[in-house]
Design a protein around this ligand. Structure first.
Ligand SMILES: *Cc1c(COP(=O)(O)O)cnc(C)c1O
Length: 393
């Protein structure tokens, strides 16, 4: 059969057609009234998308740029900071803390697991200036309990910085209520556009910290970027095409919410939750092991490859048979799991297709697969989630 190219990776994700079209038509100079209006609207819409009253700052960079900005702007050499690490992205916080001369301690969970608030409490000290964490650890599919960890930091001087690059659009956050000082997002995840933009919201406490922090910063200077953002500009030449695409994507999310962006964001999260629940049920019905069974997020589902099967072969078969790209494990997890994304532009049909393809791929590898068992379980989940609402209508 013919194969349509499809991305099922947790970044970059499947692109939104209206955003692609907007990009294609964007011949624009960034120091014009026309672009300033778009930039201003995008920064305002991002506040609603993140769900905060705090100012949002945006950089032309991959998501790691905003992670680096958080470390560079909020710390001084020698600062004690705490990192929660449960995978490759948690390890990135350790790398950044090291690069900026911070004395970091780590609360670590094995790959596929999260930490308990109790473990964090035991390591947390009053002198920790910042706690760095992921909302969802994309290398394993785990969701951390940000609300509980934020509660531990209430009344302390420790800032909470969350990499929510796959957490946004897949998790219901109360950013200001919980006291999330910095929450970071990236363009190639739930907002359905190509890689190249990173953004973060910053609390008053965090802005105040920057008045005394001493680490060097130039391109990733949050205060400079905020000042220019208030004028509808970016400090340097932004990716105008991506900014226009982001405007279109946020419009799409607003439309999904019947004209209300916050409602659209909630629906996007619920959409990812449903796709994730369908995929988990399918994997279990197929006798597969979920890699992050105890604390699965909705951004993606990580499925352990069956004993004796290299997940690289599953990834290859998805591509060769169906033109579909699923993600392998990262680093030491390569060969051991596949990751299927749900964040952003994935609907019921995409999810069913991915599950059907998984069944075919495993059967094709000679695994004892009951074709349709995964699909049946996924159908059941979908019906349970949506039928009461359909009947109510
Ligand atoms: C994708 C992702 C990032 C950013 O990676 P970049 O390649 O720099 O865009 C960071 N953290 C998490 C959890 C991610 O999923």
């Amino acid at each position: 059969m013919i194969r349509k190219g499809r991305l099922f990776t947790p970044g970059p994700t499947q692109l939104l057609p209206s955003a692609q079209l907007a990009m294609a038509g964007a011949t624009m100079h960034h120091r014009t009234a026309e672009f300033r209006a778009i930039y201003t609207r995008v920064l305002a819409d991002l506040k609603t998308f993140v769900g905060t009253k705090n100012d949002v700052v945006m950089f032309t960079a991959s998501g790691t740029g905003a992670m680096e900005a958080a470390v560079a702007n909020l710390t001084s050499p020698g600062d004690k900071v705490l990192v929660v690490s449960a995978g490759k992205f948690g390890e990135r916080w350790e790398g950044l803390a090291k690069a900026y001369g911070c004395a970091f301690e780590t609360v670590r969970a094995p790959y596929g697991e999260t930490v308990t608030p109790q473990q964090v409490r035991e390591k947390l000290k009053p002198e920790h200036r910042v706690l760095f964490i992921q909302a969802t650890e994309s290398s394993t599919g785990v969701r951390h309990d940000i609300e509980a960890i934020a509660r531990l930091l209430k009344g302390t001087e420790t800032l909470l910085v969350a990499d929510a690059i796959t957490g946004l659009g897949t998790t219901h956050f109360d950013v200001d209520g919980w006291g999330m000082d910095v929450i970071i997002g990236g363009s190639q995840k739930a907002v359905m556009i190509p890689p190249g933009l990173a953004f973060c919201s910053v609390s008053d406490r965090a802005w105040a910290r920057m008045e005394t922090s001493k680490n060097p910063r130039y391109y990733f200077d949050l205060r400079k970027e905020r000042k220019n953002g208030a004028k509808g500009e970016s400090s340097y030449t932004p990716s105008t095409a991506l900014v226009v695409a982001l405007a279109a994507a946020l419009d799409y999310i607003r439309e999904q919410g019947g004209g209300d962006l916050a409602t659209g964001r909630k629906l996007l999260v619920d959409n990812a939750e449903t796709a994730a629940a369908m995929t988990r049920a399918a994997a279990k019905a197929l006798g597969l092991r979920l890699f992050s069974a105890s604390s699965p997020g909705a951004a993606l589902t990580a499925i352990a490859s069956p004993d004796g099967v290299d997940s690289s072969d599953i990834v290859k078969a998805f591509r060769n048979q169906f033109g579909a790209i699923v993600a392998n494990g990262q680093g030491e997890m390569k060969g051991q799991l596949i990751r299927i994304a749900h964040l952003g532009y994935y609907d019921y049909l995409d999810t069913i297709a991915a599950i059907g393809a998984l069944e075919q791929v495993l059967a094709g590898m000679g695994r004892p697969i009951d074709l349709g068992a995964g699909l049946r379980a996924a159908q059941q989940v979908y019906a349970e989630v949506t039928l009461p609402a359909a009947v109510a209508r």
